[in-house]
Design a protein around this ligand. Structure first.
Ligand code: SAM
Length: 448
């Protein structure tokens, strides 16, 4: 499993780096500390790091993948370190612990040569002015090199890498089998899915991109390299969007010629779908930088939408819409494959605040819909509070709304519609071909 996984991760094939290998590893330590000790999102840290942008392309890939792997496997890595240490490291030695974690990640989950993993870890400990710990780090990593694979065999990877509160919540919501399958799906990084513009020949584009068709309009790429270098990016033939993220728009049905409010729209995957299907779209989001990305994406794709930068709470439309798509801000636990930092950043008590904000947005969206119109509520969360419970509470306070079953999805995805007609995708769906993000969506109709 480990070598198979390593082979699937871009960057791991090139452990011989343009530097002596210390620069990307040293930055990896800073990034791991940024996530685990300062609570920052990995993507934000990467976007704001000059050191990262100045690395050679393959060092960047190596650094990012090293941190992502350490975060994805942190529970297993820490259990192994615990076994190898007589007593835990002093909290003041946090950088040394993070260097050890990255060393173990390289030894057990990549094909980096063992001597490179161990020697660079020892160099980093010395550079962190913890020279008194070099012997210890060397001894631990040598033992992991010898015994680590046997230790892995005895571990329950799904359980160890999942925080207890998330495990409990998925067991409650989906039962023990699906809970385990979800956690197992998180052990591998996600492939890259793109949505092809309507009217283009999917077979031909699949061949051009070396991709596999998934769902109704997605193409799936494995180990694709930089997105902007791929054929069709500059020409605006497609946009990046997980196959599951395309499904909430399908719940709106035919939108051609309809006025649609895309509330919480940025960076705009669903806005592009709506515009591509001929809707007259108003896209609103509170984040100006994310809306800049949305406008750039639409321009590249030669698609049009009216764009508004505003908080939904402070905005008022001129008249009601035929349809509203509300893709709420959420815990994003359906995207852990892409964001392995999430389980280390989110806490159970974040959910109450998120769910209250979602309810406020839902009430506002409901008022902006014409009688007889369709509101689709969507979230990339696996948590019941943000999905079915949110909809049950909404329907209890808004008797002028009823849930309608989702329209039939593409063959092969029918199982994603539950008994109530809601969409529920899980990371473990399509597991034979790379999985999909976890999404929940409900189609709500306002009384005519
Ligand atoms: C899940 S993301 C939307 C993803 C987007 N629909 C897509 O498909 O690309 C949630 C968005 O909600 C926005 N947001 C959060 N609170 C908001 C509010 N009160 N008013 C407007 N936008 C908000 C965030 O800036 C973020 O871009």
């Amino acid at each position: 499993m480990n070598f198979a996984l390593a082979a699937a991760i871009p960057g791991w094939h090139h452990p011989g780096m343009t530097t002596n290998g210390l620069a990307p590893r040293s930055l990896a330590v800073d990034l791991l500390q940024g996530v685990l000790r300062r609570g920052k999102a990995l993507d934000q840290l990467l976007a704001g790091s000059r050191d990262f942008s100045q690395l050679a392309a393959r060092d960047r890939a190596f650094c990012r993948n090293l941190v992502a792997t350490a975060l994805r496997r942190l529970g297993q890595i820490d259990a192994i370190i615990d076994t190898c240490l007589e007593r835990p490291l002093n909290p003041r030695s946090a950088p040394t612990l993070d260097i050890l974690r990255l060393g173990v990640a390289q030894l057990l989950f990549t094909n980096v040569p063992a001597h490179a993993a161990v020697d660079t870890a020892v160099d980093l400990v010395r550079a962190a002015r913890a020279g008194h710990l070099t012997k210890l780090v060397n001894a631990v990593l040598r033992r992991v090199q010898r015994e680590g694979r046997a230790m892995l065999d005895g571990q329950d990877a799904a359980r160890l890498n999942t925080p207890a509160w998330l495990w409990r919540s998925w067991e409650d919501a989906f039962g023990p089998d699906l809970c385990r399958q979800i956690a197992l799906a998180h052990l591998a990084p996600a492939p890259l899915d793109v949505t092809l513009k309507r009217g283009l020949d999917r077979e031909a584009w699949a061949a051009t991109l070396g991709a596999r068709p998934v769902g109704a309009a997605s193409l799936r790429l494995f180990d694709p390299g930089p997105v902007a270098d791929l054929p069709g990016y500059a020409a605006g033939a497609w946009w990046v969007q997980d196959a599951a993220a395309t499904l909430p728009v399908d719940l709106l049905g035919d939108v051609a010629g309809s006025t649609v409010l895309d509330l919480c729209a940025a960076p705009g995957g669903k806005t592009a779908q709506l515009a591509d299907r001929g809707a007259c779209v108003t896209a609103l989001d509170r984040s100006a930088p994310r809306m800049t990305r949305l406008r750039e994406n639409l321009a590249r794709l030669d698609l049009a939408a009216e764009t508004v930068v505003a908080k939904a709470e402070d905005w008022q439309p001129v008249g009601p819409f035929d349809a509203v798509l509300l893709d709420v801000p959420c815990s994003a636990t359906g995207t852990i494959r892409r964001h392995p930092d999430l389980p280390h950043l989110k806490r159970a008590d974040d959910l109450a605040k998120l769910s209250a904000a979602q309810a406020r947005l839902l009430d506002r969206a409901a008022d902006w819909l014409r009688p007889g119109g369709t509101l689709v509520y969507a979230t990339c969360s696996l948590q019941s509070e943000e999905g079915p419970h949110q909809i049950a509470r909404f329907l209890a306070r808004r008797p002028d709304f009823a849930q309608a079953p989702a329209p039939a999805l593409t063959p092969g995805l029918e199982d994603l519609i539950d008994d109530r007609g809601s969409l529920r995708s899980l990371p473990s769906h399509l597991s034979g071909i790379g999985g999909m993000d976890g999404f929940f969506a409900a189609r709500l109709i306002r009384e005519a």
